[in-house]
Write a protein that binds this ligand. Structure first.
Ligand code: G6P
Ligand code: MG
Length: 223
């Protein structure tokens, strides 16, 4: 199969920021004296902000009003924003910069499908904003594992979902890709949590783009 476009999740795929989200949630959990189980980190990956808060609050969720929950989520966001202040290109994950540059050189369009409302700030700090033709708006899409944000990204690129490869580090994200009308999922990370993906790589440096993508220049010359 030859693909025509690439769609990326951000946190934990391109940027080493999944651990910063977890650090910020962990701080909040400690302040609220909520337990942090062995699988809490994995369960939080890819979930949007309010859904993540529900994981932290667990069975105590009913004790908080909607207003209190919004305040708690903003408190976590302020911890996270403090942590991303020092981000720079060195926080790109292995292979991310090289893969984006390769796709760009071959004129293969690139989109972002991140649930994070901080995504644009993170892209800027990493100095990779210019690679993206489309950034799907998480506020306009149902959260992962719904496929909406990946479908919006494909639509923004004007490429059929079945001709897109999408990259994810979270089980909820892989489920979203697999529900996106024939889109192909590359799981980035450990096999345990990404079983549903079509392909799994330990990091983007293991991904061989020339096996997946046809250069847009070449495609134009043969069509
Ligand atoms: C990404 C991360 C999640 C995070 C979510 C919302 O999907 O993987 O850990 O909760 O974005 O991020 P935000 O920056 O909007 O709170
Ligand atoms: Mg992620």
């Amino acid at each position: 199969m030859i693909y025509r476009a690439a769609i990326f999740d951000l946190d934990g795929v391109l940027a080493d920021t999944a651990r910063l989200h977890l650090k910020a949630w962990h701080q909040l959990a400690q302040e609220l004296k909520r337990p942090w189980a062995e699988d809490t980190g994995e369960r939080l990956k890819g979930l949007e902000r309010m859904a993540s808060l529900e994981v932290i609050l667990g069975e105590e969720s009913d004790r908080f009003s909607e207003k209190e929950k919004i305040d708690l989520a903003s408190r976590k966001n302020s911890y996270y924003q403090k942590l991303i202040r020092s981000l720079s290109p060195k926080d790109l994950l292995p292979g991310a910069g090289e893969l984006l540059a390769w796709l760009n050189e071959k004129q293969i369009p690139i989109a972002l499908a991140s649930a994070s409302k901080n995504a644009q700030a993170v892209l800027q700090a990493l100095e990779i904003s210019h690679y993206f033709s489309t950034i799907a708006d998480p506020e306009q899409s149902a959260p992962k594992p719904c496929p909406d944000i990946f479908l919006a990204a494909a639509q923004g690129l004007q490429v059929e979902p079945e001709l897109c490869v999408a990259f994810e580090d979270a089980a909820a994200g892989v489920a979203a890709i697999k529900a996106a009308n024939g889109m192909t999922a590359v799981g980035v990370g450990s096999e345990n949590s990404l079983r549903e993906a079509d392909f799994i790589v330990g990091s983007l440096s293991e991904f061989v783009p020339k096996d997946f993508f046809l250069s847009a220049i070449h495609a134009a010359s043969i069509s």
